[in-house]
Design a binder for this molecule. Structure first.
Ligand SMILES: [Zn+2]
Length: 350
């Protein structure tokens, strides 16, 4: 439902809140002639027309208009005027007193408000009694981006997150007025923004951009309307060593030159604790090793992917003099020309 109670719908139709039904109709007709795309293409404004139509739909419907007036504070002004006109000041005081007393009881505002209005209309001839219903307004959804580390995405995690959501104002219970004056807590909006901490579970193997829906944790509904949902949009932070691809976990594993030559057994972080990777002797950069079942589950949790380890040789930042001496010795010992094929690259095939 549109959040129309923040807008002055009368102003949209160039009217005051005292406008009669006839005045609303006639002003609407005039504005349609100006802004409707089919009527006057030269002065048409689709958004303006939409706004006008929305205002008209609310104000022409008795029930919707009364509800709007109550939410917007016009109802009280009208009531005060009418009461003053008919010299029923005491009735108005009684109405406010009733509303106040009833709203303090543990029941919904809607009911107490209606009761108070009923008793006012029953006992006076101010205007014909009308059943006033506060239509339920559903709370809107909240979308929030949530950054998780690559490993949180791989292993799954529980997170405590802070969300800012709106609720009916606890001071005036969403009814804007308290004792006839605008509620100070919500400044007359009927709603307040609150921080709330909630625990969320991020499933193992969550994907970049995944939308996780948490029911009921969006903005709170009004008048018994449904609460909105919270959507978490997952952003997986880049990690230089790990990446998720489908159900596989890709790992870039740095090894020293001697580990590449001699082989090694290296322990690395994995989905559940650590996992041991066996580097065979004479492993070159770019060589891939598959660790079966060390990936993440598929969506139906029936099959686990693999971890694909890509080895690359990484040199330490500094070598000691002794190490350099030994490398020199190795260089002199080596007789293999590993670039022989490269040198022949320019040769033609025949
Ligand atoms: Zn309030």
């Amino acid at each position: 439902m549109t959040n129309y109670y923040n807008k002055d719908l009368y102003k949209v139709l160039n009217l005051t809140y005292e406008a009669s039904k006839e005045e609303i109709k006639s002003s609407y007709r005039k504005l349609v002639r100006i802004y409707h795309p089919d009527v006057s293409p030269q002065s048409a404004d689709v958004n303006k027309f939409k706004e006008i139509k929305e205002a008209y739909d609310v104000l022409i419907d008795d029930e919707a208009r009364q509800k709007y007036d109550v939410l917007h504070g016009y109802f009280r002004e009208k009531l005060e005027k009418e009461v003053n006109k008919t010299n029923h000041k005491n009735k108005y005081d009684e109405f406010i007193k009733n509303a106040k007393e009833k709203s303090q009881q543990p029941q919904s505002f809607t009911k107490s408000f209606n009761d108070a209005l009923d008793s006012l209309f029953k006992n006076s001839n101010v205007r014909s009694k009308k059943d006033i219903k506060s239509a339920p307004i559903n709370g809107s959804d909240i979308s929030l981006e949530l950054s998780v580390s690559c490993f949180e995405a791989i292993s799954g995690t529980n997170r405590k997150i802070n969300i800012l959501h709106t609720e009916p104002c606890p001071n005036c219970e969403g009814r804007i007025f308290i004792n006839g004056s605008k509620c100070s807590m919500c400044a007359g909006s009927g709603i307040v923004s609150l921080q709330k901490k909630i625990n969320v579970k991020i499933p193992q193997g969550v994907k970049q951009g995944a939308k996780i829906r948490i029911r009921n944790e969006g903005n709170k509904g009004l008048n018994g309307g449904k609460n909105g949902d919270l959507y978490l949009i997952i952003n997986i932070e880049k990690n230089p060593y790990y990446e998720i691809e489908g159900t596989n976990v890709l790992c870039n594993l740095p090894v020293t030159p001697f580990e590449a030559v001699l082989g090694a057994e290296i322990s690395i972080p994995a989905t559940d604790g650590n996992i041991s990777v066996k580097i065979p002797p004479m492993t070159s950069s770019g060589q891939k090793l598959k660790l079966e079942g060390a990936g993440v589950y598929n969506k139906s949790k029936t099959k686990k992917g693999d971890m694909i380890v890509t080895v690359y040789i990484k040199l330490p930042k500094n070598f000691s003099a002794k190490e350099l001496e030994l490398y020199n010795e190795l260089k002199n010992l080596s007789s293999v020309d590993i670039r022989r094929d490269l040198k022949n690259a320019k040769k033609s095939i025949n």
